[in-house]
Write a protein that binds this ligand. Structure first.
Ligand SMILES: [Zn+2]
Ligand SMILES: [Zn+2]
Length: 807
């Protein structure tokens, strides 16, 4: 596809995108194009037959509609007469081309007017490319438009994987082009990053990268951070550790008939766990530098000397050595305020760690010293393997002190130097900044827990390539100043987004003191949560230390807590948190007072599917509204309905209504767990007083909608989102005590709410109202069950003034 940039010396030839016909789009309205092409309303059975056995003209029409339709939405009639296909010989074939796309840029229409239409077109493309959507029964004789059928029914996509990829790429760049009419890409206020339209597993990019040997665990996070163009770019770079073989059960895409994943077998990689990524302190081996035969001696720091510096509350620094240095002991210096030093940030799995003692091979000492000295003539450096005593040294207090000093260590460093084997294995000279930055932001360095704070806190962040150090801030600025029109709408948005995650604090351009004074946890925490989402660690109990350092809490106190209790200590140290944390779908503690508090922000470390999808785009829904942390639970203001039910269970999708307004909500509780691709629905037993907390403000994320669609008995109807209320997040709680001004409750489960709509759900509303007649203001507490399962309930409506204490 000629719109997608490729790196210098791409690994693969460009992908041709064959198109079945070169008929032009008629420049009419998008949603009615099927009618104009003769694909008018027909019965569900007829549509199913067409999708099972698609005639060529139907596939050609789908290709045209979803590809050109988007172009027409963004550029209007300016696309008339522009050539988007090219004929190639031997064999004769027609392929898509977007080489004329830039000529359309001056005709870009207004974002506000056309954005909803583009989203609509992309939803149809996504629904179709996913192959399965909704779980509605076969509508049989019921007549549906093609749009409705695609959105609600199972319909395998008859288009080729190439054209699906090209349509996804186009959709993304069109969005980025459109949004430029209101905001220019830059460091501030740019939220233009359009998430990928490519689905993991089912997309061509996934299949190609799997074939090229990428581990599914490595690929998975890219699908929430990169768009299709960037995935394609990455596909053309050599993957990390090319000698490693990641085996999975089926590397090719699943078919509609084979929807269920086989159960995982040990030693196989899957999307959440890489079989080759196992660390244990016992088997960890420190590696020698490239070029060393592996026989050089170790250089060691004196443990007593190290502990003495740490216990005095000082940062230990290493004196770099000359290339012919033969000293066996590492020279340590206690940092003083005026000492400039380099802090090294590395990926433990690259082999520069040491679990036994504060030592590294001499070849590595010389190598690190060389890098350090090449940076503005620096001589002192900090390196965790040498400067933090390992567990085996059994000097707990000195180790805790080192943890407590971690934030200052990176904050005070003149330069943070990043070492990552994949980045170091390549060069930057002669390559575009987009390429070098893409490599940096896709490296395993960006996937580890600790390296996040190391990057965030750095005054200057420099990455070591094999041909020299590379300043990330300078490079990003240069890229923004010189970016070409195509890179700007393809690779730049995800690069800017990634840069923001890592260098957010740098962007605010304040010194450490000011930053500390203005540190706002309600504002910081969502950003940190979003940034940590795709990261992992080999020691999960490190997360609390890392969060503590990032939020400038008393890390020493966290370090002194028993490792498995550290996360709880962390939450209890906070006075306020963003109010929306309550509605995030993270796995939370099952401990009195902390049932609102996520166990981790890293979705790879969540044990349930719900937890894993939790924070992927976290920051979007978090607000600056804050909730107060108390020993009894989290204090929040929000809407809710108090219900009184006999012993019953909640499963399925009960209806609830308050006594103030005649509005019915349908609840979609998240009670199911996904295991091996199978979904099992759990039960929730309730009795006595429960409440449904409803968050009105809050957009629903694609993963949630997907879950909702695949679980809900009523799939999203039609394509008129404007006519329906989008679902919102809810929480089902058990009321422990109603003290009037504060209702004390215990969290039971997350749910989505959806308002029943007078147009779409008239029948349902009538039925419910006949069982529960509505009388404004008259207090009612009533409910109905079938087979002990709660079907519908009405209760006392509470508004925003109500304070809930969720513990
Ligand atoms: Zn793997
Ligand atoms: Zn060596």
């Amino acid at each position: 596809m000629d719109i997608a940039p490729r790196p210098l010396n791409p690994l693969h030839p460009p992908i041709e995108v064959p198109i079945l016909s070169d008929e032009e789009y008629d420049c009419g309205d998008f949603n009615t194009y099927p009618d104009r092409q003769g694909w008018t309303e027909r019965s569900g059975t007829e549509w199913t037959a067409i999708f099972r056995n698609p005639p060529v003209e139907f596939i050609a029409f789908l290709e045209r509609w979803l590809f050109y339709g988007g172009l027409h939405i963004v550029f209007g009639d300016a696309i008339k007469g522009i050539k988007f296909t090219r004929t190639l010989e031997n064999p004769r074939r027609t392929v898509l081309t977007l080489e004329n796309l830039p000529s359309l840029f001056p005709h870009t229409r207004d974002y506000h007017d056309f954005h909803p239409f583009l989203v609509n077109a992309q939803l149809i493309h996504m629904a179709l490319s996913k192959k399965t959507i909704g779980s509605g029964q076969d509508s049989g004789y019921k007549r549906d438009s093609l749009v409705r059928f695609i959105m609600n029914r199972v319909a395998p996509d008859p288009r080729s994987p190439e054209i699906i990829m090209a349509t996804s790429m186009l959709g993304e760049v069109l969005f980025n082009q459109l949004i430029q009419t209101i905001v220019k890409p830059g460091f501030e206020g740019y939220n233009g990053a359009m998430p990928s339209l490519a689905m993991p597993h089912k997309s061509l990019t996934w299949g190609l990268m799997r074939k090229a040997g990428w581990c599914p665990t490595a690929l998975m996070p890219f699908y929430s951070t990169l768009n299709t163009c960037s995935l394609y770019f990455l596909y053309n770079l050599p993957r990390p550790d090319p000698e490693k073989v990641h085996t999975v059960l089926n590397i090719y895409e699943k078919t509609a008939e084979n929807e269920i994943d086989p159960p995982p077998v040990p030693e196989l990689c899957d999307s959440h766990k890489c079989a080759l990524m196992k660390f244990s302190d016992k088997t960890y081996k420190t590696k020698h530098a490239d070029g060393c035969p592996g026989d050089c001696k170790e250089v060691v720091a004196n443990l007593d000397e190290l502990c003495e510096i740490l216990l005095a509350g000082k940062i230990p620094l290493i004196l770099s050595v000359d290339d012919d240095d033969e000293e066996e002991t590492i020279k340590l210096v206690a940092a003083e305020p005026d000492m400039a030093y380099v802090a090294i940030s590395h990926v433990w799995s690259d082999g520069l760690g040491n679990t036994k003692r504060n030592a590294i091979p001499r070849c590595q000492m010389r190598r690190l010293s060389k890098y350090v000295r090449s940076l503005e003539n620096m001589v002192l450096f900090w390196f965790d393997t040498i400067c933090v005593p390992p567990d085996e040294a059994k000097v707990d207090e000195a180790q805790n002190m080192a943890m407590g000093l971690m934030r200052r260590t990176y904050e005070d460093a003149q330069i943070v130097l990043v070492l990552d084997a994949w980045i170091f294995g390549s060069t930057y000279k002669g390559k575009s900044d987009a390429e070098s930055l893409m490599r940096i932001f896709c490296s395993s360095w960006t996937k580890r827990l600790w390296t996040y704070q190391e990057g965030v806190l750095a005054k200057t962040m420099v990455v070591q390539f094999s041909d020299g150090p590379y300043d990330v801030d300078v490079a990003m600025k240069r890229l923004l100043d010189t970016v070409d029109e195509i890179t700007k709408i393809s690779l730049l948005p995800p690069l800017l987004e990634a840069y923001h995650h890592i260098r957010r604090l740098k962007l605010e351009d304040v010194d450490a003191e000011t930053r500390r004074a203005h540190l706002n946890i309600v504002f910081e925490l969502p950003a940190i949560a979003a940034a940590l989402g795709n990261r992992r660690t080999s020691v999960l109990t490190d997360e609390a230390l890392c969060l503590g350092a990032l939020l400038d809490l008393n890390v020493l106190e966290i370090a002194r807590t028993k490792p498995e209790l550290r996360m709880q200590t962390f939450w209890r140290m906070l006075k306020t948190v963003p109010e929306s944390i309550l509605f995030e779908h993270a796995e939370t503690f099952d401990i009195d007072g902390l049932r609102w508090a996520p166990k981790t922000f890293m979705h790879a470390h969540q044990s349930t599917e719900i937890g894993r999808m939790g924070h992927s785009v976290g920051a979007m829904r978090w607000t600056r509204d804050h909730a107060t942390v108390t020993p009894w639970g989290l204090l929040v203001n929000c809407d809710g309905i108090l219900l009184s039910v006999r012993a019953s269970r909640i499963r399925g999708h009960p209806f609830v209504r308050g006594d103030r307004f005649n509005t019915w909500y349908q609840l979609h509780p998240f009670l199911h767990e996904k295991k091996y691709g199978r979904t099992s629905v759990g039960d929730l037993n309730v009795s006595g007083e429960i409440a449904v907390l409803i968050r009105e403000m809050g957009s629903i994320r694609p993963e949630e909608l997907e879950m909702f669609n695949s679980e809900g008995e009523r799939p999203q109807k039609g394509m008129d989102p404007a006519n329906r209320h989008a679902p919102g997040p809810a929480l089902i709680v058990e009321v422990v005590r109603d003290r009037g001004n504060v209702i004390m409750c215990r969290k039971l489960c997350h749910a989505l709410w959806q308002k029943l709509d007078v147009d779409h759900d008239a029948q349902q509303i009538e039925d419910l109202n006949s069982r529960f007649p509505f009388q404004a203001g008259a207090p009612v507490m009533n409910h109905q069950m079938y087979d002990d399962t709660l079907f519908a309930a009405v209760g006392v409506q509470k508004t925003m003034e109500q304070v809930w204490c969720v513990g």
